[in-house]
Design a protein around this ligand. Structure first.
Ligand code: MN
Ligand code: MN
Length: 452
């Protein structure tokens, strides 16, 4: 199901290949900087400011041509590129910047048999066995008793120590091997190895002294911290032909970065264009930094007010008249596991950004099923702009499924559809994307933002 383009994939034209490779290099830099939602916010803010976006808090009035951003608690962000009156409808791309990981518990550190360990509670849909025996880094914040914040980053810089979750040797795995994949490694056993005893002194006390010396924090300060454990692999080219990128966190930073670049690379579009970078998608879009929070609507209201429009209805009209891309990843057909896909309705790696009319599971439950009229409009625009795209569904009927932020934005009355990159090994510590699909995602988002 292809659009009317003069070629089937972006790999077929020399000028496209050069663009693909250039875009991939900057995307890898983004992935390596944006390891957590907080780090993604800081990197997005840096790139946005370099492109002329100003913090809304420092702006008095807004007019067409202005670029502003909102930061919500350092974990989510919204960028506005002001064009025509938002009340007439905006073009919104909503991605998320949180990824599956292990979070340290409030009281994490303990010593057992001379070994120091940190207890974790996994975040999002992880296959637990994938998180053992790989290098891990710790990123996040802690607060001292005087209220000062300490940024913690250990494991990603060259020369840094890393952490790991241990697993049994196969020699000792007889009982473990009889368990199911889901039960072989238990969530409560995802403990982070953090040190071992060297003599008479308890290793826990030794580590607490080290942490106090380096960061000025004490054991009970872990209670007021947010420390996230993520894979310490950097983003790398994959394959003899370097056609793919392997990295942690491509769900959903591939859509976040592509939409950010689509927004900041060009100016002077007709409609007001918006990029939302939401948090907490991986745990169901709950909490005040998620897409469900009223933060987004409030920001739209603030923008309208700064343009001299404080009518109560304006926010509702602005949202209801909007076009929205729910920018999230999907699964590509993996030839090793074809049985979970309907081959007629599956995305292939390398064949372009994937349009999903609906997501959900068990009979389209929990999805926003996009209107055919909106799809027709999009298809026309993509054909006009020579965007290569494909259609895909997340697996066979009743095989599984998943949700995105699409249904939340659809509640405003806006036209919404899911459009994102297809991955191999989604939610694994190392996820795989095709460079052509990443570039196609950027091209599609760029095209969407110039829709009338
Ligand atoms: Mn996602
Ligand atoms: Mn996900």
């Amino acid at each position: 199901m292809k659009t009317m383009t003069d070629h089937k994939t972006y790999w077929e034209r020399k000028e496209d290949i050069e663009e693909i490779m250039r875009f991939s290099e900057s995307y890898k830099d983004f992935l390596n900087a944006a390891r957590t939602e907080r780090m993604a916010v800081s990197e997005i803010r840096r790139l946005a400011e370099a492109a002329g976006y100003r913090n809304f808090d420092e702006v008095d009035a807004l007019k067409a041509g202005d670029r502003v951003y909102f930061v919500n608690r350092e974990k989510s962000m919204i960028l506005f590129d002001i064009g025509s009156d938002p009340e007439e409808g905006m073009s919104i791309i909503a991605s998320h910047i949180d990824s599956p990981r292990l979070d340290l518990k409030a009281n994490p550190l303990y010593e057992d048999e001379g070994v120091a360990l940190l207890k974790t509670h996994y975040y999002g849909g992880v296959k637990k066995y994938q998180w053992t025996a790989i290098p891990l880094a710790i990123h996040g914040v802690m607060f001292r008793k005087d209220g000062t914040k300490v940024d913690i980053h250990i494991g990603d810089e060259p020369g840094d120590p890393i952490f790991t979750v241990t697993d049994l040797a196969p020699h000792l795995g007889k009982s473990q091997n009889k368990k199911t994949l889901a039960e072989g490694i238990l969530g409560e056993n995802l403990n982070i190895l953090a040190g071992h005893r060297k003599g008479d002194e308890a290793v826990k006390e030794e580590l607490l002294a080290l942490i106090k010396e380096k960061y000025g924090v004490e054991e009970d300060d872990f209670v007021v911290s947010e420390l996230e454990v993520v894979p310490a692999f950097s983003a790398r080219d994959l394959g003899f032909d370097r056609s793919m990128i392997a990295s942690y966190g491509q769900d959903d930073r591939v859509c976040a970065y592509s939409s950010l670049r689509a927004l900041i690379d060009t100016a002077g579009r007709k409609r007001t264009c918006v990029a939302v970078f939401a948090d907490k998608e991986e745990i169901g879009s709950v909490g005040n930094t998620s897409m469900s929070a009223k933060y987004f609507e409030n920001a739209v209201g603030e923008v309208l007010a700064a343009m001299g429009n404080d009518s109560h209805l304006a926010i509702r009209r602005a949202l209801a008249n909007s076009y929205v891309l729910s920018a999230d990843v999907t699964a590509a057909l993996d030839p090793t596991y074809p049985e979970v896909m309907d081959k007629m309705n599956a995305a292939r790696l390398g064949e372009g950004v994937c349009l999903m009319k609906y997501t959900g599971s068990r009979g389209k439950n929990g999805t926003s099923d996009a209107n055919a009229e909106f799809l027709a409009k999009l298809r026309k625009k993509f054909a006009d702009d020579d965007v290569i795209w494909q259609f895909g569904e997340l697996g066979k009927v009743d095989e599984g499924g998943g949700g995105t932020v699409a249904y939340i934005l659809a509640e405003t009355g806006a036209e919404v559809v899911d459009l994102g990159t297809a991955l191999f090994s989604m939610h694994a510590p190392y996820e795989v994307a095709s460079k052509a699909d990443i570039y196609s995602t950027y091209r599609a988002y760029t095209s969407f933002l110039t829709m009338d």
